[in-house]
Design a protein around this ligand. Structure first.
Ligand code: PGA
Length: 307
């Protein structure tokens, strides 16, 4: 039987084990924790020695948890969660003015997120904001793993225990190089895109799924061209005349204003969507996270549209 008093396990070992259970890959754990791979193996070995059981088993490259590993993981996560709660409770005592805020936004929102954060930061200079920019798939993963306070993204899927509140409109449009043959046409019908090449976002992008769903529903084909990661790269390709792009107008606003790209006048567009502020249902929000939520729900529209 394990005697808690004689156990000599460290929080770092529990964090390492939690990370290994998530990534199932020693190199990735080492990268994430800023350790060498042998150091990660050592932490795991020491934890197993202390508990007197094997926590993982490796078949080729595949790492699985043993039954004892699963049980230890549940306990390790409860301990780490308790410590997170303690940090929040202590932050409550200190008030909203300090603490950390972990925010992730989809690449498309990246154009207006800094504006929101700048104003929030001016109001709460003591809050340490960590901003991560990724695609929709990655954000949903961060939410499910409870690795982020809040995210800004397109409408999240149902049935994932998420609380999502619409904050802004998000019209999606087709953009082109100003010299494109369709540039000056009015009320372009979708059939005109039959032989047009579109620059595609990477799989896992919300923009890409909306685009595919849209053309499928309209039973309209198009040519898939180059595939790029992130809204910024998509924009650059359209600007270089490599093809058309279907994307959030927000993401391309500056290029539209500067005349580097133009929005095509297409019948049935824009596709009307919204941006959402999303966090896990029932998540205990830290004081800075609560303040940020209140701030975004109250101010987003004015701030973003006010320039
Ligand atoms: P993404 O974002 O295309 O950068 O994933 C859009 C969304 O969340 O719908």
């Amino acid at each position: 039987m394990i005697n808690a008093m004689s156990l000599n396990i460290t929080l770092r070992q529990l964090v390492t084990f939690d990370s290994l259970a998530r990534h199932r890959n020693f190199t990735r754990v080492a990268d994430q924790m800023g350790l060498t791979q042998p150091a990660v193996s050592m932490q795991m070995k020491q934890l197993e020695n202390q508990l007197g059981v094997a926590l993982t088993e490796q078949t080729g490259k595949r790492i699985d948890l043993t039954e004892e590993g699963e049980e230890t993981l549940t306990c390790a996560r409860a301990i780490l969660q308790n410590l997170d709660d303690l940090e929040i409770a202590l932050d409550e005592r200190k008030g909203v003015r300090t603490g950390r805020l972990l925010i992730s936004v989809v690449t498309t929102v990246n154009t207006f997120a800094p504006k929101l954060l700048r104003t929030f930061q001016q109001e709460y200079p003591g809050v340490n904001i960590v901003l991560d920019v990724a695609n929709r798939k990655r954000l949903l993963h961060l939410l499910s793993e409870n690795e982020v306070d809040m995210v800004i993204m397109g409408k999240p899927p149902k049935g994932q225990d998420l609380k999502a509140e619409a904050i802004l409109e998000n019209p999606l449009v087709i953009v082109a190089h100003p010299d494109h043959p369709l540039a000056k046409k009015k009320r372009i019908s979708l059939s005109a895109f039959e032989n047009e090449t579109f620059i595609m976002r990477e799989p896992g992008s919300g923009t890409r799924s909306v685009m595919e769903r849209f053309f499928e529903e309209k039973k309209q084909t198009y040519v898939s061209g180059l595939e790029v990661s992130g809204a910024e790269a998509l924009k650059q390709c359209v600007q270089s005349g490599l093809g058309l792009g279907l994307m959030s107008r927000d993401a391309v606003m500056m290029e539209l204003e500067a005349g580097h790209v133009i929005e095509l006048d297409v019948a049935g567009l824009p596709i009307q969507r919204h941006w959402y502020l999303v966090h896990r249902k029932g998540k205990r929000l830290s004081p800075p996270a609560r303040a940020f939520k209140e701030f975004v729900l109250g101010e987003a529209e004015t701030l973003v549209q006010g320039g």
